[in-house]
Write a protein that binds this ligand. Structure first.
Ligand SMILES: NC(=O)c1ccc[n+]([C@@H]2O[C@H](COP(=O)([O-])OP(=O)(O)OC[C@H]3O[C@@H](n4cnc5c(N)ncnc54)[C@H](OP(=O)(O)O)[C@@H]3O)[C@@H](O)[C@H]2O)c1
Length: 271
């Protein structure tokens, strides 16, 4: 019998990208899934693709504390428990502070509000249920949670904050039977770069990467589910991701230069 049959999994931001694949794969494994997103169109698309009964999708913005409380209440009313919480909802950004100046402040605040505060809100309201179920709390971080990336300063800050906060929480909960872990995908094909915020709060539109060469969301979701099953402490994905984390740990000055070389050409941010 598989480990997730009949378990209740709350996944934030499950209407697109990695989150949507997690929703579909957990449903296939027999789990009961609650998820959320802001776009009604994406919610309807997910509902039409999924088997009815074991899925509940609500319109909620994780940067809104009341929405998060409502989502957790809804999960309990609908399914009676929460066994696994995956803090996945996230957005990205692109912009250099030197070029944009204070115009980048609202962008970085919004990224922090969704990527960090969103995880704080949902986890805070869900915690008593996760303690009851001796469940698992997962943070979907990034390589940018280990190594600051140029042009993504606010995104990197949000993922460093997420990992630091989860590590502290893990230690606080050590004798409560709750497993806390964080997972850092490498570059994965999704809309995150198209929707990334630029200085005036608009979406970037075109991705600066060749998306066809990136990890596929179904592979990414499979690795995440495997790591949850094995109760790993953390997971870093992709060869490039593992290499970056390793080099940054042992050779940080060299990595400054390598990362600069990857993102800039003739002084211009090209990725
Ligand atoms: N793709 C990558 O290369 C990559 C690499 C490393 C880490 N990650 C991380 O993986 C996670 C998922 O990224 P992805 O690439 O799958 O992104 P994505 O394709 O853009 O999907 C993001 C999902 O989150 C939802 N969402 C965004 N803001 C939300 C909010 N305020 N409240 C509720 N839901 C919200 C989106 O729906 P709505 O827009 O309708 O709200 C969508 O369902 C993120 O935390 C990201 O940082 C991604």
């Amino acid at each position: 019998m598989n480990a997730f049959n009949n378990k209740t999994v709350l996944i934030t931001g499950g209407t697109d990208g990695i989150g949507k694949e997690l929703v579909l794969q957990f449903l296939q494994l027999g789990a009961k899934v609650i998820t959320c997103g802001r776009s009604q169109q994406k919610i309807l698309a997910l509902e039409s693709e999924s088997p009815v009964g074991n899925l509940s999708v609500i319109n909620a913005d994780v940067s809104n504390e009341k929405d998060c409380e409502r989502m957790v209440d809804h999960a309990i009313t609908q399914f009676g428990s929460i066994d696994i919480l995956i803090n996945n909802a996230g957005i990205s950004m692109r912009g250099l502070l030197e070029e944009s100046g204070p115009a980048l402040i609202p962008v970085i605040k919004k990224v922090m509000d969704i990527n960090f505060n969103g995880s704080l809100y949902v986890t805070s309201y869900a915690l008593k249920y996760l303690i009851q179920s001796k469940g698992t709390i997962v943070g979907i971080s990034s390589i940018a949670g280990y190594r600051g990336l140029p042009g993504r300063s606010g995104y990197s800050a949000s993922k460093f904050a997420l990992q630091g906060w989860l590590e502290a929480l893990k230690t606080e909960l050590l004798d409560k039977g709750v497993h806390v872990m964080w997972i850092s995908p490498g570059y994965t094909k999704s809309s995150i770069r198209n929707e990334a915020l630029i200085k005036d709060g608009e979406n970037q539109g075109e991705s600066p990467l060749d998306e066809s060469k990136l990890m596929k969301t179904d592979d990414c979701a499979r690795l995440i589910i495997g790591a949850i099953k094995d109760k790993k402490r953390s997971l870093v994905m992709t060869f490039q991701g593992k290499q970056t984390v390793f080099l940054n740990k042992f050779f940080p000055r060299l990595t400054d230069k390598l990362v600069h070389g990857f993102f800039f050409k003739k002084g211009k941010l090209i990725k």
